[in-house]
Design a protein around this ligand. Structure first.
Ligand code: ZN
Length: 169
């Protein structure tokens, strides 16, 4: 058997998606959009950092005061929206048209790429963002969001760790 380093440009390869891992990351990612939309719409927060991972994900945001009850309330609200369910759609918009929408960019320090068209991920009736990532097709797929831990890393970095799980059957 040849070693992988013998691969050359133009070689045929076969790839296989690790679906369990992929699906977990999709749920974590959509959950992050849902949470960020609540932080944004309820408290005018921008997202200052995030990391999507399989075991737990984290999100940093610039909430004015570090108020655990307030943050827990947004997670509860997110879970209520998941229970109600909503479709998650992706589509393309002309860049100029997309950037006219006030809620399009929720990352504090990230501008959308300089493309003529931007890919939009919309949680119908709840959130839309310019985004290139993979998402579940319905909120219900997330299961529920579990708040694992809150940390106060300073005014621009209130940090929330979360996980997703399927509802208990
Ligand atoms: Zn995203």
């Amino acid at each position: 058997m040849e070693s992988p380093s013998s691969l050359k440009v133009g070689d045929k390869v076969t790839g296989r998606v690790d679906w369990e891992r992929r699906h977990t990351l999709m749920k974590m990612h959509t959950a992050g959009h849902l949470l960020s939309s609540l932080f944004y719409s309820r408290a005018n927060c921008r997202i200052t950092g995030n990391q999507i991972d399989v075991d737990r994900s984290r999100m940093d945001f610039n909430l004015e005061s570090f108020d655990r009850t307030q943050i827990e309330g947004y997670v509860t609200e997110a879970n209520e929206l998941i229970t109600k369910d909503a479709p998650v759609k992706t589509y393309f918009l002309e860049r100029g048209e997309a950037l006219k929408l006030p809620d399009m960019v929720k990352l504090a320090e990230a501008a959308p790429p300089a493309e003529a068209q931007l890919r939009i991920v919309e949680i119908e009736g709840i959130d839309r963002q310019a985004d290139g990532g993979l998402h579940v097709s319905h909120l219900k797929e997330i299961g529920q969001i579990q708040l694992l831990k809150l940390e106060n890393k300073g005014k621009t970095n209130r940090r929330l760790y979360y996980d997703t799980q399927n509802p208990v059957k």
